[in-house]
Design a protein around this ligand. Sequence first.
Ligand SMILES: C[S@@+](CC[C@H](N)C(=O)[O-])C[C@H]1O[C@@H](n2cnc3c(N)ncnc32)[C@H](O)[C@@H]1O
Ligand SMILES: Nc1nc2[nH]cc(C(=O)O)c2c(=O)[nH]1
Ligand code: SF4
Ligand SMILES: [Mg+2]
Length: 181
Amino acid sequence: MRKINEIFYSLQGEGAHAGTPAVFVRFSGCNLKCAFCDTSHESGTEMSDEEIVEEVCKYPCRMVILTGGEPGLWINDALVDLLHKVGKYVSVETNGTQILPEAVDWVTCSPKEGTILRVKHVDEVKVVYLGQDVSPYLLIEAKEHFLQPCSCQNTEEVIEYIKKHPQWRLSLQIHKLINIP
Ligand SMILES: C[S@@+](CC[C@H](N)C(=O)[O-])C[C@H]1O[C@@H](n2cnc3c(N)ncnc32)[C@H](O)[C@@H]1O
Ligand SMILES: Nc1nc2[nH]cc(C(=O)O)c2c(=O)[nH]1
Ligand code: SF4
Ligand SMILES: [Mg+2]
C-alpha cells in the first residue's frame, strides 16, 4: 500500500513537457521542508498499486507524473512496471535525494540547497530560483536546465538572470497562470 495525497488529470505545467496532458499521482510526505513549498501533501489515503493504476487508467493520456511530497521515498520497480504494462509513460518529479527505479522514463530533478543528490539519471533540472548560486546545478548532466520563478512572484528577476546566463531556460508554472490544477 502507498499513501496517496491526490490523483488528478491536468496538463504538465512545468519544464520541457509543459502543456502535455498528464495524470498526476501525488505521494504523501517528504524528507525536506522547503520554506517555499507550494504543496500541502501530508494528508492521504492508503492505496494498492492496482487501485492507483485503475484510477490512472480512467484518463486517456499516456503520461503519468509521480510527484509529492517526495515520490523517491515511496516508488519502486513494481509500480513503474505496472504502469508500463498498461502503456503509460512514467515521469517523476523529485528533489533528487533518493535513488529512483531505473525504468522511470523521465526524471525531473529539482535540487534544493544544502542537500546531497543521490539520483543517478536526470532528464531535466528545474531549480526554483530565489537568488541563490545556481551555477553548480549546471554540472548535473541533463537534456535541459530550467529556472522556475517562485510562485510566479519573481519572474522578472529570473528572466534577467537567464539573459545573463543563457545556459538556462525559463520554466513558468503555466497551470498557476491559467488557473488549472
Ligand atoms: C511540490 S514538488 C514535489 C516533487 C519533489 N519533492 C521536488 O521538490 O521536486 C514539485 C515541483 O514544484 C516545485 N516547487 C515547489 N514549490 C514551488 C514554488 N513555490 N514555486 C515554484 N515551484 C515550486 C518543486 O521545486 C518541484 O520542482
Ligand atoms: N499542472 C501542474 N503541473 C505540475 N508539474 C509539476 C507539479 C508538481 O506539483 O509536481 C505540477 C502541478 O501540481 N500541477
Ligand atoms: S522537496 Fe518538494 S515536496 Fe518536499 S518540501 Fe521541497 S518542494 Fe515541497
Ligand atoms: Mg505543483
